[in-house]
Structures are given as C-alpha cells and as structure tokens.
Design a protein around this ligand. Structure first.
Ligand SMILES: [Zn+2]
Length: 336
C-alpha cells in the first residue's frame, strides 16, 4: 500500500479512504479523529468523534455536550480498528489530552502528530516517539531562528518584575486551553504561592485541569465589580490575550501587560501588541526540537502540515529524508 492511499489531503482535512475517517477536519464530516482540543483542530458539528477522554471533555466544555453526534474515547496505546485500519493514540505533550494518531494498515504506519512539543510540561503527558514510515509534523516554529528558552527562566522575568513594580497589577495574556494552566503551574513551580486571579473565560478549563489532578494552587476570579483597583495591586492576573486589549484591563492598577507565547521571540509582535513584558513560552516545538525529532524517528518520509513548511522541507531534503508540504489550510496556531 502506498502512503497516499492510506492518508491524503482533502478540503476537509487529512482523509483515510480505507478507514473512511478524517483527522482534525476543518469542516464537519461523518467520522473525525481529533488530536487535541484547540479550536483549529477540534471543531463542532461532526457525526462521530474519536479522541482521548480529555479532548472529548474539553470539546464539551467549549462547545456544549452536543458538539457531535456520537463520541468514543481512545486510551493512549489502545489499538482501535476502523474498517481494517488500526488507529492508536499516543501522547503529544502539547496540552492536556493532546495526542498523535498512528494509522496502520498492511504494515505501513503513518503518524499524524497534530501539535506537539518535546520540552517539559507538568500539565500534560509527555510526547512519546512513535516509530513510523511517514511522520506528519507541524512547522509552526519551523525556522532555524526559533529557539525557545527554558520556561522557568522566562517565568523568572515575571517574578523579577513583580519585585521591581510591587504596586502594578501584572496582567499575563495566555491562551485559555493549555497555555494559561501551564503558566500558572510554572509560577507555582517557581515558588509563587500567592493567589492567582483568572479572567472568567479561563475558569471552566482551569477547573477541568484541577479535576484531572493538575494542582494550580489558589485561583480566584479577577472580577472587578465588587472591589476597587487596589485589590489587585501587585497581583498576577491571567486572562486570554484579547481581554487585555479591552476596557476590562483598564480597571487594574497601573497594569503591566505580559504575554506568554512562542511568538514573543519576535520583538515586533510584542511591540505591536503593546506587550511590556514578553514571555517566550511555547507549546510547540522550536527548530532544534523539530529537527531532532525527525532525526530520532528516522522515518522514510516526512509530510509537513502547517506553519513555515518550506524551511523544514528543505532541511529534510538536505538530511536525506524525502519530505513534502501538505499545504493544509485552516490551522491557525490557537495555542502557540
Ligand atoms: Zn494546538
């Protein structure tokens, strides 16, 4: 069997003809296998959805319990037969519940890794290398210029700023699924045990992480109706980045805006977003992680889904690994 007969692109997303299913479809389909809960990968309106328990729960929190016709939970490592094709979910280390999906038929294995990272993250199960013939990888930070620093060192910048500006409310922008919980957990791991105030948009997912055994410490709602600005002097307030461009943010005392994202490596992005304290904390692989992963797996072929495909494809070619871009559209790095 040729790899393209087992998986190929269609406008809806990656399609497996013998199994008749899509992986992370961008439009509603009859049967979807979903790698993780970010909005660009997990969309409502599909017939059947197969995903990890956590991803199904996250989709229900975000879209409501009726986000699909029927759901099935896949445990890590469990082989699930779909019309003679075996599908197995493996940890991707990206956000809680995130998975790579290995598709196998007739001795040919293709791994669709979704979004993944190799760096330590106590809020999700670490990435697991899965031997395969074809490795499908994202390339969000697929340029040699991208090197993500140690997350604890970045968090140290926030703690230093809190000491330097004890009167100012430190507003930390972080995407609501994954990044926000990771930032809070990192703060705790750096010894910060004061209450962390969270925007209402994060409450449901933070509660869910806590229910899955991820200790986020003392979390309190960042509601400003009852109190005055004084209540948040020197406090850490975590919210979705969009909230800080809003009137909501102006209620805080001399707000200092931070933003936790891999894109904060790009000075211009921080500047344009009015970010005073950029924190380079990413849930994606940087360039060394991408290339080391491909070296480690040594697949016979690499397909690159989204991001900066060209540089990674070129690197593969120079390294003797046949590679091609898939030119998939609709994946917008919700959780960068
Ligand atoms: Zn993602």
């Amino acid at each position: 069997m040729r790899a393209r007969d087992l998986l190929h692109t269609r406008p809806e997303g990656l399609y497996c003809p013998p199994g008749d299913f899509f992986i992370d479809p961008v439009r509603p389909v009859e049967r979807a296998l979903v790698t993780h809960g970010h909005a660009d990968h997990a969309r409502p309106g599909n017939g059947k959805v197969l995903a990890t328990r956590e991803t199904l729960d996250i989709m229900a929190i975000r879209y409501g319990a009726d986000f699909c016709g029927a759901m099935q939970a896949a445990a890590f490592g469990e082989r699930i037969d779909l019309g003679g094709v075996s599908a197995t979910f493996h940890p991707a280390g990206h956000v809680l519940g995130s998975a790579q999906i290995a598709v196998e038929k007739g001795g040919l294995t293709i791994v669709a890794s979704g979004d993944y990272k190799r760096g330590a993250d106590p809020t999700c199960t670490p990435y697991e290398p899965v031997p395969c013939d074809v490795f499908i990888t994202e390339a969000t930070f697929g340029l040699p210029v991208f090197h993500h620093p140690a997350p604890k060192a970045e968090m140290g910048k926030l703690l230093t700023s809190l000491r330097q500006f004890p009167e100012r409310s430190h507003l930390v922008g972080a995407y609501s699924l994954g990044k926000a919980q990771r930032v809070i957990r990192l703060l705790r791991d750096c010894g910060y045990d004061a209450p962390v105030y969270i925007h209402g948009a994060l409450a449901g997912l933070c509660d869910y992480y806590v229910s899955r055994g991820i200790d986020l410490g003392d979390l309190r709602p960042a509601t400003t109706e009852k109190g005055s600005a004084v209540d948040f002097r020197g406090a850490v307030v975590v919210g979705p980045p969009s909230a800080f461009a809003d009137r909501w943010a102006r209620r805080f005392n001399e707000p200092l805006v931070a933003f936790a994202s891999g894109w904060m490596m790009v000075r211009q992005r921080a500047k344009q977003g009015g970010v005073e304290l950029p924190l380079v904390i990413s849930d994606h692989c940087d360039w060394p992680e991408l290339t080391e992963t491909i070296r480690e797996l040594a697949p016979s072929e690499v397909w690159v889904t989204h991001g900066r495909e060209e540089a990674l494809v070129r690197w593969c070619d120079l390294s003797g690994v046949p590679a091609r871009p898939l030119h998939l559209v609709g994946y917008e790095d919700e959780g960068d």
